[in-house]
Design a binder for this molecule. Structure first.
Ligand code: UDP
Length: 454
């Protein structure tokens, strides 16, 4: 894949000849004061690790908090999923979550949401209309559904649209697990429209920026690369023994951890099959091997929520695999600290936050060499990258971690050092630079229209 010329976090050179409010903004501020952040389909207040809540929720929470600390106020608009929710919740100083009523509260799945975008947009526009003009300096939308709302709101308010895809239909469909359902054509169309409209597209990695260019026609001046981060206060190395005691894990066990949403895309089945291969070859390991799966069903995994449990039984490793519902970040940090190694056999991963989190806790990661994982994990240094999804191959990759404690200690220490450089503060500062660039030199649909008028 050819890498596009990525206009990243550096400041842009000149303010183009634009008119009206956009022009006023361009001349006024390098950084926005207040941002409308859009997260239509999942709330930053939801527990990640199951259903629609995962890395994007963590991303929005962490980014918003760090941007607020930089003096940029954030208001996150999300769809209300219960009538009990208050209209607004202060998530942190400078970060407000606004619940927007759009459609029935409960019972809607993500695939139903395109029908509610008009109602959602109405809620966003009505909120802004209750303030003085210019209340929001910029719109930052997350995932294509929010991009559809952001596109309209940004044009209506005459402010730049910054968009983060998080995942892309074309990329997911190109790497589907066997038998998994592809993303619909309507999503591809929606994503293409958002790419055209956005002033900046924030990609997690250079590869993701290249995918935006190749699959969706994104232009170099729209693209910015900002690596996501890890909360280094929550995810930090600690006493493995103490973590195991707290979690009720045997102190001398070899713990191969899976953490995240249970769906075919994440391939937890590959880990289970690899464990079966490993145990067939080395039956003496059985006594000491524990495979915790922390998380809940999500996406196409919801169709067969018990399939992984059934697979463990079929493979004859039901005694080794332990299923745990999703946990809060503090408890998840304990799981990482307790683990010998974290396994991420995903077919596709726009970044893979759990890989960074585990490393920050001093745990090496064995990951599929897909998406952002080769950026998150340093092959042979902080873990291992596996080029495919064959259980045999995965068994071979995992085996040294259960038999060589010194490898685990060495790579774990390197992993913690590597993660130290990946705090969310750095990501937020880079994102603020992208905002400044979008304000100074918009590059989306609106900018084009204004240039034609000029
Ligand atoms: N997570 C969590 N509790 C759990 C499992 C996962 O809070 O029980 C969080 C985890 O900390 C991580 C996110 O869910 O930040 C998953 O992000 P990732 O990028 O790995 O995957 P995604 O969900 O975006 O596909």
């Amino acid at each position: 894949m050819t890498k596009p010329p990525v206009s990243t976090i550096r400041r842009d050179r000149q303010t183009p000849p634009v008119r009206g409010r956009l022009h006023a903004l361009a001349g006024r501020a390098r950084r926005p004061r207040r941002i409308a952040m859009l997260s239509v389909h999942t709330s930053p207040l939801h527990q990640p690790g199951t259903g629609d809540a995962g890395g994007m929720n963590v991303y929005i929470v962490e980014l918003a908090k760090r941007l607020a600390a930089l003096g940029i106020e954030i208001e996150v608009f999300t769809r209300a999923t219960s009538s009990e929710l208050p209209p607004t919740v202060e998530l942190a100083p400078g970060v407000l979550v606004r619940h927007v009523t759009a459609g029935p509260y409960e019972g809607l799945i993500k695939e139903d949401l395109p029908a509610q975008l008009c109602a959602f947009t109405h809620g966003v526009l009505r909120t802004e209309a209750g303030h003085r003009p210019g209340h929001y300096d910029l719109v930052h939308s997350h995932y294509w559904l929010s991009g559809q709302v952001g596109w309209l709101a940004a044009q209506r308010w005459g402010v730049p649209l910054v968009h983060t895809m998080h995942t892309m239909a074309k990329v997911k469909n190109a790497a589907l697990a066997e038998g998994d359902t592809p993303e619909p054509a309507a999503r591809v169309i929606g994503e293409t429209q958002v790419v055209e409209a956005a002033d900046r597209l924030i990609a997690n990695t250079v590869d993701e920026a290249a995918e935006l260019a190749t699959h969706y026609g994104a232009r170099g001046e729209q693209l910015a690369v900002v690596h996501p981060g890890v909360n280094l206060e929550v995810f930090r190395p600690g006493d493995r023994r103490a973590a195991r005691e707290r979690l009720g894990l045997p102190l001398d066990a070899m713990v191969l951890l899976f953490a995240g949403r249970i769906q075919p895309l994440k391939a937890p089945d590959v880990l289970l099959k690899a464990v079966a291969v490993l145990l067939a070859r080395r039956p003496e390991l059985r006594e000491r091997l524990v495979v915790p799966v922390v998380g809940g069903p999500s996406g196409t995994g919801l169709a067969k929520p018990q399939s992984l449990q059934k697979l463990a039984a079929q493979l004859g490793i039901g005694d080794v695999v332990r299923f745990h519902p999703p946990v809060g970040q503090l408890e998840l940090a304990e799981w990482y600290r307790a683990a010998t190694v974290l396994a991420m056999p995903s077919y596709s991963e726009s970044f893979g936050l759990v890989a960074l989190e585990a490393q920050a806790c001093g745990t090496p990661v064995v990951a599929a060499a897909v998406g952002g994982l080769p950026v998150a994990v340093r092959d042979g240094e902080t873990g291992a990258l596996v080029p495919g999804h064959e259980p045999e191959q995965w068994a071979r990759a995992l085996e040294p971690y259960v038999t060589e404690p010194e490898l685990v200690a060495r790579q774990g220490a390197a992993a913690a050092r590597h993660a130290q450089g990946c705090g969310w503060g750095t990501s937020a500062a880079a994102t603020a630079e992208v905002y400044a660039g979008a304000l100074a030199r918009p590059a989306g649909l609106l900018a084009g229209a204004r240039r034609r008028l000029a």
